[in-house]
Design a protein around this ligand. Structure first.
Ligand code: ADP
Ligand code: MG
Length: 546
């Protein structure tokens, strides 16, 4: 600023601005803090976190995505890292903690280069070169998943560390069964839609009471006590309109002056329901799933005909029922013909804990199936549900791709080793960034070792030695608490999960490194009003702390 000249203000008063090095430092610190928040949960020996929300509800979890979702993160850069976990979770369903820890470590390594005066663009270029090479390496390490035994090991790896207790193997079997049931072949490719596996939970019983159902479980009871509790050889009508009399748009008043007319009026209404039920009966249906309501009188007639009926079934469940039973959802009862009915060996109401649920089982070739989770408490079944959903996703992905890689830090150690050699061929300052990337990869085996109480330095030295010898599948074997061959202990991760974790970690690290100016507007007074303080979106209303 020239002496005597007024500074030119281009920003509104109160705007916070941080530029250059200090902006970068602050951003990197924030990213590292997020990575630190989840690092102790990584791997089979990871710890859990107890999250208490603003109304006192508790979640106990070990899942990176869940933890970060529940934490009310406010710092803008930290939020970007949280997004990585979310996107990893939506895209592949697992590897969220890995992605977050990797991004934190990439930034930590980058910070050292920045301190040495390496320009951020050089670093991001180097990271790009390194990640492309790393992806090639992943492809070359990957193996073909040929059988159910491999799928089961992949499920078990995804389940380890979650609070599944001793039932990991039991649950893994259920997952493989379910995924195999819904896998379809389309244009010569296997496609698995995890949405076709309905995971339901009921607290009570023990984890080993969790069951696979060759069909669909609906958390609803039959609408009328006089209906049968079991229907064998079920022919199922799936109706998405109400079995009620339509209310007119305009409010109509019927004035009945003559008492005898009341009888007529009621009889007329009752006739309408009788006709509805007649139509259902004529189609041959003995079970009705209705997405909307069923009027009391209609219920009465259905019960009289011995038809089992459930009302207000969720739309998503109706779709699964259609897939499982081969039926078609109809809106108009006139379209209810024998060929649109779904089929199942049995539809049955069962009492699970204190609730009654409807089981549709014995479907011939179900394209949708269910798993009903049981376990001691709400917290247990909720964590099992999260764990099972992860396992279902990874097994589905592996079934589709047919490719997996050794887990337990093996791929990260291998990439690290190979990249260190590769770096010398890069030359220039980018070489430094490739080397930094190689070092960052080791954060995964190091953290796995730390979380299990192993000596991280010794473990890494041994691991490096094995990989230098060409033992590409060596990682950390927790059955023996030492470095060992992952193909022997059967610790496998899907190729797609690892690839995605790498890509998204590099992407966010790059994005953060490219920022050299943070301009934060002063919050407008409206956002400081008490209304926004209990803003349900969970976005903080305070100024971001830099
Ligand atoms: P993420 O959210 O990244 O999936 P996890 O806590 O599930 O985090 O940990 C995943 C890591 O733990 C992977 O690197 C995986 O290979 C490793 N892992 C899981 N089970 C075992 C095991 N039994 N032995 C060694 N490593 C394991
Ligand atoms: Mg996992």
């Amino acid at each position: 600023m020239l002496s005597g000249q007024m500074p030119i203000l281009i920003l509104k008063e109160g705007t916070q601005r941080e530029q250059g090095k200090s902006a970068q430092k602050a951003n990197i610190e924030a990213a590292k803090a997020i990575a630190d928040a989840v690092r102790t949960t990584l791997g089979p020996k990871g710890m859990d976190k107890m999250l208490v929300d603003s109304i006192g509800d508790i979640i106990i979890s070990n899942d990176g995505a869940t933890i970060l979702k529940e934490m009310d993160v406010e710092h803008p850069t930290a939020k970007m890292i949280v997004e990585v976990a979310k996107s990893q979770d939506t895209a592949v369903g697992d590897g969220t903690t890995t992605a977050v820890i990797l991004s934190g470590e990439l930034l930590k390594q980058a910070e050292e280069l920045l301190d040495q005066g390496v320009h951020p663009t050089v670093i991001t270029n180097g990271f790009r070169i390194a990640v492309n090479e790393a992806k090639k390496l992943l492809e070359s390490i990957a193996m073909d998943a040929k059988d159910d035994a491999t799928l089961k090991r992949i499920a078990m790896t995804a389940l380890s560390g979650k609070n599944t207790g001793l039932s990991k193997e039991f649950l893994a079997d259920l997952v493989v069964k379910a995924v195999n049931a819904v896998a379809e072949e389309r244009n010569g490719r296997i496609v698995v839609d995890p949405a076709n596996i309905k995971v339901d939970k009921k607290a009570g019983g023990s984890i080993t009471d969790t069951q696979y159902i060759n069909g669909i479980v609906i958390d609803k009871e039959k609408v009328h006590a006089k209906m049968p509790s079991v229907v064998k050889d079920a022919r199922i009508a799936l109706i998405d309109s109400a079995l009620e009399i339509k209310k007119t748009e305009i409010e109509a008043k019927v004035q009945i002056t003559d008492p005898s007319k009341i009888q007529d009026f009621l009889a007329q209404e009752s006739d309408t329901f009788k006709q509805m039920v007649e139509k259902i009966k004529k189609s041959g249906a003995n079970v009705v799933f209705c997405q909307k309501g069923i009027d009391d009188i209609a219920q009465h007639y259905l019960a009289k005909e011995g038809i089992y009926a459930v009302r207000r079934v969720k739309k998503s469940d109706m779709e699964k029922l259609a897939k499982a039973t081969g039926g078609r959802i109809v809106t108009n009862l006139d379209d209810l013909t024998p060929d649109v009915l779904g089929k199942a060996e049995k539809v049955e109401e069962q009492k699970i804990s204190d609730d009654r649920m409807t089981f549709v089982t014995g479907c011939a070739n179900p394209k949708a199936v269910s798993i009903l989770i049981r376990g001691g408490t709400e917290h247990v079944v909720a964590e099992i549900e999260r764990a099972l959903n992860d396992a279902i996703r990874v097994v589905s992905i592996t079934k589709e791709d047919g490719r997996f890689v050794p887990g337990g830090g093996a791929v990260e150690a291998e990439i690290s080793t190979k990249l260190r050699h590769f770096a010398t061929s890069v030359g220039g300052r980018e070489q430094l960034a490739v080397e930094a990337f190689a070092r960052a990869m080791e954060v995964i085996p190091r953290t796995l070792a730390e979380n299990a109480g192993l000596d991280p330095i010794n473990t890494l030295i041994q691991l490096r030695a094995e990989h230098e010898k060409g033992h590409t599948t060596y990682g950390i074997d927790f059955t023996q608490n030492k470095v060992g061959d992952m193909t022997k202990v059967g610790v496998f991760d899907p190729l797609r999960v690892k690839k995605h974790a790498l890509e998204s970690a590099v992407e966010v690290a790059t994005m953060i490194l490219r920022i050299d100016d943070v301009i934060a507007s002063k919050k407008t007074s409206s956002s400081e009003s008490p209304k926004s303080e209990n803003n349900p979106s969970g976005m903080g209303s305070g100024a971001p702390s830099f």
